[in-house]
Write a protein that binds this ligand. Sequence first.
Ligand SMILES: *[C@@H]1O[C@H](CO)[C@@H](O)[C@H](O)[C@H]1NC(C)=O
Ligand SMILES: *[C@@H]1O[C@H](CO)[C@@H](O)[C@H](O)[C@H]1NC(C)=O
Ligand SMILES: *[C@@H]1O[C@H](CO)[C@@H](O)[C@H](O)[C@H]1NC(C)=O
Ligand SMILES: *[C@@H]1O[C@H](CO)[C@@H](O)[C@H](O)[C@H]1NC(C)=O
Ligand SMILES: *[C@@H]1O[C@H](CO)[C@@H](O)[C@H](O)[C@H]1NC(C)=O
Ligand SMILES: *[C@@H]1O[C@H](CO)[C@@H](O)[C@H](O)[C@H]1NC(C)=O
Ligand SMILES: *[C@@H]1O[C@H](CO)[C@@H](O)[C@H](O)[C@H]1NC(C)=O
Ligand SMILES: *[C@@H]1O[C@H](CO)[C@@H](O)[C@H](O)[C@H]1NC(C)=O
Length: 412
Amino acid sequence: MKLLCRFLIAIATAIASGANPAQATAEYRLTTILPWISKNSTSVDLGIVVNGTYYLSDRTNAVVHIVDLASSTETGRITGFKGATIINGTVNKPTSGPNGLLYIPGRNELYVGDGDGSVKIVDLSKNTIVDTIPLGISKRADEMTYDANNKLAIVTGPDDDIAILAFISVTDRKIIHKISFDNATNGIEQPVWNPADGLVYVSVPESNVNTGGEIDVIETTNFTTTKILPVTNCSSHGIVFGPSNQLLLGCSQDAILADSVGHTLVVDVTTGKTVETIDGIGGADQVAYNPTLNYYYVAAYQYQVNGSATGAADPKVGIIDAATGTLLQTLKTDNVTAHAVAVDPKTNKMMIPLAGKGIAIYDFVVGTSTTTATATTATATVMTTSAANRLGVCSVSLFSFVVAVFFGAGVA
Ligand SMILES: *[C@@H]1O[C@H](CO)[C@@H](O)[C@H](O)[C@H]1NC(C)=O
Ligand SMILES: *[C@@H]1O[C@H](CO)[C@@H](O)[C@H](O)[C@H]1NC(C)=O
Ligand SMILES: *[C@@H]1O[C@H](CO)[C@@H](O)[C@H](O)[C@H]1NC(C)=O
Ligand SMILES: *[C@@H]1O[C@H](CO)[C@@H](O)[C@H](O)[C@H]1NC(C)=O
Ligand SMILES: *[C@@H]1O[C@H](CO)[C@@H](O)[C@H](O)[C@H]1NC(C)=O
Ligand SMILES: *[C@@H]1O[C@H](CO)[C@@H](O)[C@H](O)[C@H]1NC(C)=O
Ligand SMILES: *[C@@H]1O[C@H](CO)[C@@H](O)[C@H](O)[C@H]1NC(C)=O
Ligand SMILES: *[C@@H]1O[C@H](CO)[C@@H](O)[C@H](O)[C@H]1NC(C)=O
């Protein structure tokens, strides 16, 4: 019934959009796994794509992996980072690195947040570290964003007693300002600069004012917090801009554990209003957006069955249509390293680090089959759309609509 429903929706979508039906069934399939070099990683941070090359920070191996996406091969590794600090048998993230990654356009440089509280600058023509900028903090430098107007690398120091945001001028590699997040009670997460308004948006998972999280909006010439967008039941980690001022918030496992709420939100930053709530996908860390397909990607590695605090671990990645807020597909992952997701807008390839396996590359392929796709080492499950769920999974009205359109009979 569910498969039939998906098929009918695909046909209906194809007819509505004027596309051929096969295109509507295109989906992600696991095609390649690049085994871990040199050890199986148990702790990675971020994956990013720069002009057809994928970079992944790997604390276990103390490297940034370099993968050429045209050929799906690992071409090298950048070394010189702190690596994993092991305390009582587990990786202590606040003192480990590499962590966040940021490409600096026009300079061919990669900024890497390290576990010693510094940002390491990599010259990508040689793949070597050429400079180190200490942030004056005792724990790691983490996530980053780039302000193209003012040529600033904006870096978080989330794990010191008071979380900070540092603004580095990329032309002279100097810190020009630091902001303290005195009200943040559980660090800070992803910052993201919005080219549409020139402001930086900071994901704050929890504050003394907003226990379900908030997005702080900061002006980058006088460094004032211009507004705070409160969020409920989210405790966001990764955030990313999609189309027209829409900010997708990857809600973390904290929202599942605190309130049994497992969802992903889309906020219109011009109004601060939540415009989409995507159920069935939460417990997230990194999120990504692909303008080519207009899709969001959510690394829901700490999702739990039914979004319930007592639900079993149900790690997955979710792919969301940004135009409709529909959860198009989920694929099973793991709750160890699969908290990073990146996508290449050129090839549409999606990359996820899988524990005990390697760097997984998923191709966006046109499938004629709507059955469950199984790859060698991970299971890909095509889900019914949330639109279908809202309609009560293939309701009679949708069925007759599709039949009517399909046979040119008009809607009864
Ligand atoms: C992107 O990569 C292609 C080759 O893969 C190269 O020709 C082009 O100059 C690169 N663009 C930038 C902006 O680096
Ligand atoms: C490591 O474990 C020992 C024994 O359980 C404990 O006393 C100590 O506080 C732990 N250290 C840290 C840094 O968690
Ligand atoms: C910080 O919290 C206090 C209340 O404890 C509040 O008055 C103040 O506006 C908050 N500041 C920010 C920047 O959120
Ligand atoms: C900071 O800059 C913005 C934009 O120019 C302006 O609206 C705001 O008033 C400034 N704030 C302060 C405190 O100077
Ligand atoms: C959302 O969070 C609030 C405050 O923590 C809580 O009262 C409410 O029940 C939560 N909503 C849901 C749907 O669980
Ligand atoms: C999930 O929720 C559905 C509907 O509320 C329920 O029937 C099902 O038993 C739940 N599954 C688990 C594993 O709790
Ligand atoms: C990760 O998943 C395993 C089952 O695969 C589960 O036993 C474990 O509790 C999960 N850990 C976390 C932190 O969710
Ligand atoms: C990684 O783990 C898998 C599964 O345990 C094992 O087969 C493989 O040899 C390991 N690879 C490395 C590089 O240690």
